[in-house]
Design a protein around this ligand. Structure first.
Ligand SMILES: [Zn+2]
Length: 364
């Protein structure tokens, strides 16, 4: 049996990647081609202008589309514009939503997509999954992988620290997700793809290795986080699902989105979810070794720092197992309201509050 795995042909992660785009292979691809640029409306719109300055003479036509939200209506609207004057390539420019919307548009219209992430706040920067809003709820759908990803490290350096924390939270979740995948495999519920597992595990490890060095070089840390998130996306493509990077911790984040108002960034919620998932997976022994990393990285350690009340967090834990039909550590526990309360006290003690500054907004 053969199975096709889609990965990007070209990855660029460097300083001045956008001003130097004319030296990039992507520049050759768009010679005399029509390019549609999809971006957010704020800062990412300015990045789009920088890209247009570079590609203006190379492309035969440029169409700019602003995406304010990732709702189905907004996507349908953009798709109509794409169908009226079909581009040869779509450039997605943004922190999250614009990237997801570009992937959906590219998949629906069968046009290759190049992503220009302006923040690395999740593994959406290079994954076969997009999050869109349907009936006011966020839903993940399968999409084609981008043909190339271009990350300008100078842009990332000017991002609010919160975006970076979210990206790292999404990356650390590989560990708890792989634990859950293994449980599902052992319980005979799912096949294990060893290559995808190795990639997702190494993605998290290579980041932790940089972190374990005595002197942390911020620029190196950012580059490694971007590389590791891309490797995570490729692991998902190999597995054919988000399994290697999404387990019980993601179910908690999905429940916070669905049932508690989606008050924080995906990766921030996942970081909080990882602490609870690790607790379920091995009790305290698995949570405590993580805390120094959280402290070093400035990750959130208490749900209240993301704007959630205890009642909401309790609800999220209660609802999490039903968010997806996916076997995780939740299936091995019979959680009562009482045990959830006790666990919330253990995993998120009062002294873990007020350590996180939720400043800066979405760059989508
Ligand atoms: Zn995620």
């Amino acid at each position: 049996m053969t199975k096709k795995v889609h990965i990007p042909i070209k990855l660029t992660i460097e300083h001045r990647a956008i001003p130097h785009l004319f030296k990039n292979e992507v520049y050759e691809w768009i010679k005399d081609q029509k390019v549609a640029l999809v971006s957010g409306s704020g800062k990412t719109r300015q990045v789009t202008d920088q890209i247009i300055d570079v590609i203006n003479e190379q492309a035969s036509g440029i169409q700019v589309m602003t995406c304010k939200e990732n709702s189905l209506d907004a996507i349908n609207d953009l798709e109509r514009r794409v169908l009226e004057d079909p581009p040869d390539m779509i450039f997605g420019v943004g922190g999250g939503k614009a990237l997801d919307v570009s992937k959906v548009l590219g998949t629906r219209s069968n046009v290759p997509v190049v992503l220009f992430p302006t923040a690395v706040s999740s593994d959406a920067i290079c994954s076969p999954v997009a999050v869109i809003k349907m009936l006011n709820k966020s839903t993940s759908i399968g999409v084609k992988m981008p043909q190339a990803v271009v990350i300008d490290l100078d842009l990332l350096a000017s991002c609010p620290p919160r975006m970076m924390s979210a990206g790292i939270g999404d990356l650390l979740s590989n560990k708890s997700a792989l634990f859950d995948w293994n449980l599902a495999h052992r319980a005979g519920k799912e096949e294990m793809n060893t290559f995808a597992r190795l990639m997702a595990d190494n993605a998290a490890d290579s980041f932790l290795n940089v972190l374990n060095r005595e002197e942390i070089d911020q620029s190196r840390l950012m580059k490694t986080a971007a590389e590791s998130l891309i490797m995570s996306g490729i692991a998902m493509s190999i597995a054919g699902s988000s399994r290697p990077c999404s387990g019980s911790e993601h179910l908690i984040s999905h429940a916070l989105d669905y049932h508690c108002g989606a008050k924080a960034l995906h990766g921030e919620q996942v970081a909080i979810g990882v602490l609870f998932a690790q607790y379920l997976q091995g009790k305290r022994d698995h949570v405590e070794p993580l805390l120094p990393y959280y402290e070093k990285l400035g990750l959130p350690t208490h749900y209240s720092d993301l704007g959630y009340t205890r009642e909401e967090m309790h609800r999220a834990i209660r609802k999490a197992p039903s968010m997806r039909n996916r076997y995780t550590v939740f299936n091995e526990w019979d959680l009562t309201d009482e045990t959830i309360d006790k666990m919330l006290d253990d995993v998120y003690p009062d002294h873990a509050k007020n350590r996180y500054q939720q400043t800066g907004s979405s760059a989508g």
